[in-house]
Write a protein that binds this ligand. Structure first.
Ligand SMILES: Cc1cc2nc3c(=O)[nH]c(=O)nc-3n(C[C@H](O)[C@H](O)[C@H](O)COP(=O)(O)O)c2cc1C
Length: 203
């Protein structure tokens, strides 16, 4: 039996065919990101997630850097495919950059020496939860999204800090690209069996 929440979870997909328009106003985009920041859980309620919203020309600037990274850092065999992909990201409406504040995590580490080594992992878990809320809420309101990780590139990360004056202690985790969708998902999603395979129940 589905609920409105689970129906929304079921309908979220990665969408790559996006236009540079939005079915919802910028104020609503901001509100959804704020809500994700406010209500997502974090270890010890550390609230280390940070977000930067880039819209229109600012978003295009980001993916101009993405294009340079592809040209300069990716193997020739992958360039044609990746360039097409990044041109697609650039043609969307915006990107939410998701970060984790390493200073906040360090303070938590000092307070909790016994679980120090787990905190980076928990920080990533919490970032994923924030990104999922953001992605799913955008989908519910008619925005198509895909999740990128160009933070593999030091040049990309450095450019983000320089161009938008992002504090150095904010560690870039992911980039949620969004816009008005003009097509469905690129592929039919295959599902591995759940019961007895991915889920065990003992009762
Ligand atoms: C942690 C994580 C990392 C991902 N990284 C990328 C990525 O770098 N580029 C990309 O296009 N999709 C990325 N994805 C999207 C997945 O490929 C996608 O969610 C998966 O294939 C299932 O498809 P769906 O989103 O349509 O349900 C990522 C998803 C997750 C959860």
């Amino acid at each position: 039996m589905s609920t409105p929440f689970l129906e929304t979870v079921e309908s979220r997909r990665s969408l790559y065919q996006l236009t540079n328009t939005s079915p919802i106003p910028d104020a609503r985009i901001k509100e959804i990101v704020s809500l994700s920041l406010k209500h997502a859980p974090s270890a010890f309620n550390v609230q280390s997630a940070r977000a930067v919203i880039l819209l229109r020309e600012q978003h295009e600037k980001l993916w101009d850097i993405g294009l340079k990274v592809v040209q300069e850092e990716m193997p020739p065999a992958a360039q044609a495919f990746l360039t097409k992909r990044v041109v697609g990201f650039r043609g969307a409406y915006g990107t939410v950059l998701w970060f984790e504040d390493e200073d906040a995590i360090d303070i938590l580490k000092q307070k909790n020496p016994a679980i120090q080594r787990l905190l980076p992992e928990w920080s990533s878990h919490s970032s994923g939860i924030h990104q999922f809320i953001n992605w799913t809420a955008f989908s519910k309101e008619g925005l198509g999204c895909n999740l990128q990780h160009y933070n593999f590139s030091a040049k990309f990360v450095e450019s983000v800090h320089e161009l938008w004056n992002v504090p150095r202690n904010w560690k870039l985790k992911g980039q949620l690209v969004f816009g008005q969708p003009v097509g469905g998902p690129d592929r039919v999603k295959e599902y591995k069996p759940i019961e007895g395979d991915r889920m065990l129940v003992f009762a």
